[in-house]
Design a protein around this ligand. Structure first.
Ligand SMILES: *Cc1c(COP(=O)(O)O)cnc(C)c1O
Length: 400
C-alpha cells in the first residue's frame, strides 16, 4: 500500500500524526502500510480491551450483521436488552441507556442529573443544576463535557459554553464540601483520572465523597469511560473503594473497539420521560451485540483475576525500570498505569520507541514527564517483558 498524500490532505487537520497508515491488527500487535509491526500499548486509547481483532468480536459482528443492523431506537432489539441485563446484573445499577461515545454518555449523565435536580428541588424551592467536577479531569469534547472537564481553558474555548461545573481538587474532600451550595445536584469524577495522567482517587476519598454526597442529598456520578470494563482489575473501578455511586458512564472498553457507550443509574434516579433523551444509533443491535461478547469475556471465571495479576506484574517491571534508569516512580490501578519519568522526555521516548526496528513500540505520553500504559487486558507477561526490554533500550539510547 502507498502512503497517499492527496488522501491525507482530504482529512480535516486536527492533530499531528506520524506518516504511517495502519492496515492490520492482531492482539497486542499492529502492522503498518510498509509491513512493519508494532507492539501496541495504546490499543486504540484503552479501547481494545480484548486486543486487536479478537475472534469473539468479529464473530459477533458477522453474525449480527447478517441478522439485523438497526430496527430504529423506537423498537426493542434483543442484543441491547441482553447487554443492559448483563450490566445491571453485574453492577449496583438498575437502568441503562446506550450511547455511541463516552462524551455522549456523559452528556446524558449531566442531563439526567439536571432533570433530577429540577424534580428534587432545594429547601428554598429552587432548581439544583450545578455539578462539581475536578481539576485535570477529562469528560469528553462536546460543549458541555468540555466545560465539565478540568483542562485549563476548556470551559471557554468555544464560548458561550455550558455553565455550572465548579472545579474541586481530586483527593481533597474539603475542596468539594466548600463548593456545595443550594444549587448543587451532583459530583462527577473519574475514579482514576486517565487523560490527566493516571491519577487514582484514593479509596478514602471515594468513601468520603460517597458519605458527603449522601449527607447533602446530591448525586455521586462516576465517569468510568476509561477506568471501567475491567481496566483496573475490577469490572468497575469504583468497586475498588467498595462504594455504590448513583450514576455511572461507560465507553471505550465496553465496545472492545467499536463505538459503544452507556449511561447507568439506580432506579430512583431514572427520571427521564419520553422525549427527554434518545438518539438514532443508540442501542443499535450491531454494536450492542459486540458489547455482549465483551461482557461475556470480562465476566468469564478468572478473567479479572488475571488482569489483577498482570497489572501487579506490569507494576513490578515498571518499578524495576525506575531503579535501573533513575526514573521518578509509577502509579495506577490494574492495567491502567503510568511511569513518572522525572524529566520532560515523554514525547522523545514515544517517537524513538515507534521508530525501533524491526518491531516498533507504541506508547502514549499524556504529559511530557509521563508515559501511560493501556495494553489489552489479554496482554501476556511475555508481551510485558518485551515492552520493558524495548523501553529500556530506548531510555539507554536517549542517555538515561
Ligand atoms: C475518553 C474519555 C471520554 C470521552 O470518550 P469519547 O468516546 O472519546 O467521547 C470521557 N471520559 C473519560 C474518562 C475518557 O477517558
Amino acid at each position: 500500500m502507498e502512503f497517499n498524500q492527496f488522501e491525507v490532505d482530504a482529512l480535516m487537520y486536527i492533530t499531528n500524526r506520524p506518516p504511517i497508515v495502519f492496515v492490520e491488527g492482531d492482539g497486542m500487535y499492529l502492522t503498518d502500510h510498509n509491513g512493519k509491526r508494532y507492539l501496541d500499548y495504546l490499543q486504540g486509547w484503552a479501547v481494545n480491551c480484548l486486543g486487536h481483532a479478537p475472534q469473539c468480536i468479529s464473530d459477533a459482528l458477522a453474525a449480527q450483521s447478517k441478522k439485523l443492523l438497526n430496527p430504529s431506537p423506537a423498537f426493542y432489539n434483543a442484543p441491547s436488552m441482553r447487554l443492559a441485563a448483563l450490566l445491571t446484573a453485574n453492577s449496583c445499577f438498575d437502568r441503562v441507556f446506550f450511547a455511541n461515545s463516552g462524551a455522549e454518555a456523559n452528556e446524558g449523565a449531566i442531563k439526567l442529573a439536571r432533570k433530577y435536580g429540577r424534580i428534587h428541588k432545594n429547601a428554598a424551592g429552587g432548581k439544583r443544576f450545578e455539578i462539581i467536577t475536578f481539576d485535570h479531569s477529562f469528560h469528553g469534547r462536546t460543549l458541555a463535557t468540555m466545560s465539565a472537564s478540568g483542562k485549563p481553558g476548556w470551559d471557554t474555548m468555544y464560548a458561550p459554553q455550558v455553565d455550572g461545573f465548579p472545579k474541586a481538587e481530586l483527593n481533597d474532600i474539603a475542596s468539594v464540601e466548600r463548593l456545595i451550595t443550594e444549587r448543587t445536584i451532583g459530583v462527577m469524577l473519574e475514579p482514576v483520572q486517565g487523560e490527566g495522567g493516571v491519577i487514582p482517587a484514593t479509596r478514602e476519598f471515594m468513601q468520603a465523597l460517597r458519605a458527603l454526597t449522601k449527607k447533602h442529598g446530591i448525586l455521586m456520578m462516576v465517569d468510568e469511560v476509561q477506568s471501567g470494563m475491567g481496566r483496573c482489575g475490577t469490572l468497575f473501578a469504583h468497586q475498588l473503594a467498595g462504594v455504590e455511586p448513583d450514576i455511572m458512564t461507560l465507553g471505550k472498553g465496553i465496545g472492545g473497539g467499536v463505538p459503544l457507550a452507556a449511561l447507568l443509574c439506580r432506579e430512583e434516579i431514572a427520571c427521564f420521560e419520553p422525549g427527554d433523551q434518545g438518539g438514532t444509533y443508540n442501542g443499535n443491535p450491531l454494536m450492542t451485540a459486540v458489547g455482549v461478547a465483551v461482557m461475556e469475556a470480562l465476566t468469564a471465571p478468572g478473567f479479572l483475576q488475571e488482569v489483577v495479576d498482570k497489572g501487579a506484574y506490569l507494576r513490578s517491571q515498571l518499578l524495576m525500570l525506575c531503579e535501573r534508569h533513575g526514573l521518578a516512580g509509577e502509579r495506577g490501578e490494574g492495567l491502567l498505569r503510568a511511569l513518572k519519568l522525572g524529566h520532560d522526555i515523554g514525547p522523545k521516548i514515544v517517537e524513538a520507541a515507534r521508530d525501533l526496528a524491526p518491531i516498533g513500540l507504541l506508547l502514549n505520553s499524556p504529559r511530557p514527564d509521563l508515559l501511560r500504559f493501556m495494553p489489552a487486558l489479554t496482554v501476556t507477561t511475555a508481551e510485558i517483558d518485551q515492552m520493558i526490554g524495548m523501553l529500556s533500550d530506548v531510555l539507554r539510547t536517549l542517555g538515561h
